[in-house]
Ligand binder design. Sequence first.
Ligand code: ATP
Ligand code: MG
Length: 309
Amino acid sequence: MLTQLTGVGPSIAKRLSESGYNSIEAIAVTTADELAAAVDVGKSTAQKIIESAREVLKIGFETADNLYEKRKNIGRITTGSKNLDSLIGGGVETQAITEVFGPFRSGKTQLAHQLSVFVQLPAEKGGLNGKALYIDCEGTFRPERIIQMASAVDLDPKKALKNIWCARAYNSDHQMLLCQQASELIKKENLKLIVIDSITSHFRAEYIGREMLARRQQKLNKHLHMLERIADIENVAVLITNQVMAKPDTFFGDPTEPVGGHVLAHVPQTRLYLRRSKGNRRICRLVDSPWMPEGEAVFIITAEGIRDP
Ligand code: ATP
Ligand code: MG
């Protein structure tokens, strides 16, 4: 109940819900400026509301033993390939953002589909017994593919589809709003995975040219931090995909530089670079991980999904 927050009466509660702040979690992770603008209150009132939300959720300093307890709850979702799983330490982790970047057809969207299916498996089969939220920014989500991948592991395809909440994001603001609104759904529906495919495509299309670069990076940064907090507070895995630049001269020098440059490079905890190899083979390089060494793994994309070669 939003009205349990200091400074929130029925009318502000209504305005909060109407602006997409449906849960205490969503309020806790926003900024005073944003909240003030969204519900038309002063900045200091907004700040009080946010602080109260953080208090309710007990966000703040904690001792390391609590942190250790919390980290014990980290779940891992199998990718379908043992090679790939061991490269990243057992699967895609909750309480973290995993970024998958690479050129077109390298398998980013396939991996996103695969994890949306495997998150539904019970723990002994490498899943988290949970549901997925799929934010599709490029219009490439395919339920038909989910049916194929689910049938391959004896999941009822109808149920598998029902366990994936999808939204098509039409621009970067919409994309960010969808993430904000995700908080409420996460608890209600036992979501364990949030996919954003791809995180940068709208930003790239909307913020063109050098003079827009700073604003784009600021906004992306905010978006990523929001996702980071959701991953952390709700104990979900966040998978974001990102295309590498086709034209090396647009913003950055390195042709394998992902869109978003340094902002994206610093927020995601685990970064995977995919590239094509012979036939259906793909090579995945672990570029950045807080606790695993750099390395590479080979997997294949088949009709059944991601597998070992
Ligand atoms: P983009 O940057 O264009 O979004 P991507 O990295 O998301 O590219 P994917 O869509 O994940 O690329 O990969 C596409 C590739 O996956 C196809 O080229 C094909 O090799 C493989 N693929 C897709 N569907 C199937 C299928 N049903 N059976 C076998 N392979 C498939
Ligand atoms: Mg794709």
